[in-house]
Design a protein around this ligand. Structure first.
Ligand SMILES: [Zn+2]
Length: 379
């Protein structure tokens, strides 16, 4: 009973201990789980941010393509305008040259002053200024020259405008390139961030996996321990009821033999090697048998003693009434408890060598009104 109670409290302690280990693991698991989920969220938002950057970059690239097309168109316009300007200048010059020829022809025979002015002028503008004072120049030539000069100015102005537009487009494109560089840098750092989160996430997931495995293992071990404890408990409980074998009644005497088949190793009343302090008189009959051999109740009665003592080891005293008692000593196991009634031939114990004993045997003793008598008289 005490053993069983001890075992139950041990079991309780074991259960509490493993329970605590598991709950500690459980809190670590839930922490790691939480951390994993946080990292997953962080990774998702980082990837969303990255996607936003990708979208911005794509928009910029599209804008750059558009600007590039505009620049190319503007380049064509500028080139065409340049050609137009060149042509306008050629026209202007042709007009000037033909006018000079006409003037020269008109004034071939006189007015050398005018021809001097004409040929000394370094530019058309200078000539026209000088010619203001010369009324002889034809209205037609003057008008033509001014018109051609105006065309040159307009074309030059248009070319200037186109060049300015071109420069504007170039600036726009440069800004786009700068923005693209900036976005690429942001993208690189975002990718670095995602990589870091992914690494952390991988580590957290791995840790979670390990913790779960460890918890499963701990739970499995706990179950195993509980199973073992339960079995040990069942075995301890079984000792009284299931350890004993079937009843055996032998012989024709008053008593059935308590250990049939055993060899008498020491007779009642004397002994070969008296144990110190035991006296010279042997109070019972020693029946040598292998440890575990069943011991049977010599007659029906009540168990008045079933316990351990230093000298008798595990021993039993049966009270049969009318002043008659039987003793059974040195047992390895007891299958009955004090106060219990037993039938004749009931398996009450097993042979052992507990207490003061030199080898496995049953010391069988018969008492009549408190005095040992020779057991052989009853078998
Ligand atoms: Zn003995």
């Amino acid at each position: 009973m005490i053993l069983r109670r001890k075992m139950i409290s041990l079991l309780l302690v074991l259960t509490l201990c493993t329970g605590m280990v598991i709950s500690a693991d459980a809190s670590e698991i839930s922490d790691t789980q939480k951390k994993t989920e946080e990292l997953e969220q962080k990774k998702q938002s980082a990837e969303e941010e990255k996607q936003a950057l990708v979208n911005q970059l794509n928009a910029i690239v599209a804008e750059m393509d558009e600007t590039k097309a505009k620049i190319e168109a503007k380049e064509t316009e500028v080139r065409e305008k340049e050609e137009e300007l060149v042509q306008a200048k050629i026209d202007e010059n042709d007009q000037y040259e033909s006018m000079k020829k006409r003037i020269k022809y008109m004034y071939e025979n006189g007015n050398t002053q005018f021809i001097e002015i004409l040929f000394e002028s370094k530019s058309i503008g200078e000539f026209l200024n000088n010619a203001e004072y010369i009324t002889t120049i034809s209205e037609y030539d003057r008008d033509m020259l001014v018109e051609f000069q105006n065309i040159v100015q307009v074309v030059a102005q248009q070319e200037e405008t186109l060049k300015a537009e071109y420069a504007e487009l170039e600036t726009m494109q440069n800004n786009l390139i700068a923005k693209q560089d900036e976005l690429n840098e942001l993208m690189a750092s975002k990718e670095e961030e995602i990589k870091q989160i992914s690494d952390d996430l991988g580590a957290a997931r791995e840790k979670l996996e390990q913790l779960k495995k460890a918890a499963e293992e701990a739970a499995r071990k706990q179950k195993e321990q509980e199973e073992q404890a339960r079995r040990a408990q069942a075995n301890a409980g079984a000792n009284v009821s299931q350890g004993a074998g079937a009843s055996v009644v032998t012989g024709n005497g008053t008593f059935t033999h308590p250990c049939p088949g055993a060899r008498v190793s020491s007779e009642f009343g004397w002994r070969d090697e008296p144990i110190a302090g035991a006296g010279n008189t042997h109070k019972g009959l020693d029946l040598a048998a292998p440890a575990g051999t069943p011991i049977y109740a010599a007659a029906a009665g009540t168990v008045s003693i079933a316990r351990y003592s230093n000298s008798a080891g595990n021993w039993i005293v049966l009270n049969h009434g009318n002043g008659l008692q039987t003793y059974y000593m040195h047992a390895s196991a007891l299958y009955v408890s004090e106060g219990q009634t037993v039938s004749k031939g009931q398996n009450i114990a097993a042979v052992g060598s507990t207490g003061q004993s030199t080898g496995p045997h049953l010391h069988f003793q018969v008492m009549v009104n408190g005095t040992p008598v020779n057991p052989r008289n009853y078998l």
